[in-house]
Design a protein around this ligand. Structure first.
Ligand code: UDP
Length: 239
């Protein structure tokens, strides 16, 4: 399979066409952004770390029967994925109150939730990704009821798999964001990435943050934290 022309450039990845229909070529960048692009930096090595971390998580989910777009890794920073049209929703699942939820509820960050919460946000930079309810999603024609139910069910299954897997590696899964896409055949599958850019990971012993909050909150050692996650997942650390 060969890499062809670039189709799209996002904040953290570039998407290319390939010589084979039905497949895209993803390139993970070192660029870091937060607060809807207001804060920017380059973190050397981040693209390679997220490429490998995301491949590990998406392969694990596939093994557990959760269909997703990941096909194979082709270089330090690149992977082949199935072609999908992304559904413009950021689907956030939470186990512990943090970030915007802690703020919205007026709860202290770190307060456990009695059951996981799944939320939808409209993937729209101009609007700053506002939170949506089911009716908003329907009126915006983003997804029908059955699709939303499916997205929620898959998100909760991903949560169960990742929470258990990470607990065995002394990492607490606080919350994470997923994206879904439709294949050319119309199948709705998990897509995008699962990495320290899109999840909150806390060290189970020290509660140290091992994710993008280190960048958002200027805590330092961003690359080291991402590398530590890869190490706990048993990935190759020479990236
Ligand atoms: N998240 C993400 N992309 C976004 C917004 C959030 O990947 O555009 C992830 C974030 O890393 C965290 C979870 O979704 O794991 C919940 O984020 P939250 O709503 O608390 O927003 P934040 O505090 O990051 O603004």
């Amino acid at each position: 399979m060969e890499k062809r022309e670039q189709l799209y450039e996002g904040k953290a990845k570039k998407v290319y066409r390939t010589s084979e229909p039905g497949f895209f070529w993803l390139e993970y960048k070192d660029d870091a952004t937060a607060f809807n692009g207001a804060k920017k930096a380059e973190i050397t090595g981040k693209g390679a770390l997220n490429n490998q971390i995301s491949a590990i998580f998406l392969s694990l989910l596939k093994q557990k029967g959760i269909e997703n777009h990941f096909v194979k890794t082709v270089s330090d920073t690149e992977q082949i994925v199935r072609e999908v049209t992304i559904v413009p929703l950021e689907v956030v699942t939470r186990n512990i109150a943090a970030g915007s939820l802690a703020k919205r509820l007026g709860w202290e960050e770190g307060t456990p939730l009695s059951k996981p919460i799944v939320e939808w946000y409209y993937k729209n930079d101009e609007l700053g990704d506002p939170i949506l309810n089911d009716d908003h999603v329907a009126v915006l024609n983003i997804a029908v009821r059955e699709e939303l139910n499916h997205i929620k069910e898959i998100s909760l299954r991903v949560n169960d798999v990742l929470k258990e897997y990470l607990a065995g590696r002394k990492v607490i899964l606080v919350d994470f964001k997923l994206e879904f896409g439709k294949t050319p055949e119309g199948q709705l599958i998990l897509a995008d990435e699962i990495s320290p850019d899109t999840c909150r990971f806390w060290d189970a012993n020290t509660m140290e943050k091992l994710d993008k909050d280190r960048f958002r909150r200027d805590l330092g050692n961003v690359e080291e934290a991402y590398r530590e996650i890869l190490r706990r997942l048993g990935g190759q650390e020479n990236v």
